[in-house]
Write a protein that binds this ligand. Sequence first.
Ligand SMILES: [Mg+2]
Length: 260
Amino acid sequence: MFEFTDVYRSEEPQRLNSALIIDADDTLWPCQEFHDVAKAKFASLVAGELNISEEYIIQKFTLIRLYKIPKYWFGPSQFTASLVEAYESLCLERNCVIKNDMQAAVIDIGNTVRQPIPQFYEGVEDSLIKLSKRGYFLVLLTAGPKQYQELKIIESGAGELVDAYEIVNAKSEDTFSNVMNKYYIDPKTSFSIGNSAKSDILPSLKAGLSAIWIRKGNWAYENNFETLELEKFKDNYKTVRDFPDVLQHIPHRIRIKLQY
Ligand SMILES: [Mg+2]
């Protein structure tokens, strides 16, 4: 793996020409779809038990999950905790007894989203190797529980394919600025790549980077208002259908103004 410190021994490090700050979940490997499957199983289980519509159950869960994110952030444990809380809250609403076996079943469903050895989307590994060979400095930037995200980065092999990785609670404009400062990345020639308008695209554009939006794995956390805000930057981002397409859109060491 590339050792950053070996290259930048100089006291006045030069800015890198082109860097890619790449998201992990739902950009390099699937993640949201496991949550969607788990939510559907949860809704089906609880609907049968409490005689409530699955739609209402999902709604209740989503409200609880969104409410907890600013304090507890992301990760399988928090997802599972929100499922359990949603079940308990629905029981209280319906004056039903909270059952231990139901709680255990809900926890089992929550645990299915744990993917400690993620599998890359097709073409991702090859793309990362090619982008690295073309001279891009590759930084993986992911949000979630540090230990769990790090395990996924290492077990997937992504850690060996990038120059550096950073794990944060959530991504903001400051997060991208901090990463750029830490690795001497010039925003004028660098890109953020990710699936989330709210986490990967909008904050990176605000920090001065260009961005490539891969539309995968969206959920209620992506609220419309923030996505609409992207319109302000419409000359500066592009949507691509698959990660391998990135290669076609970014000529080596040439900054292009990305358009629809
Ligand atoms: Mg993502």
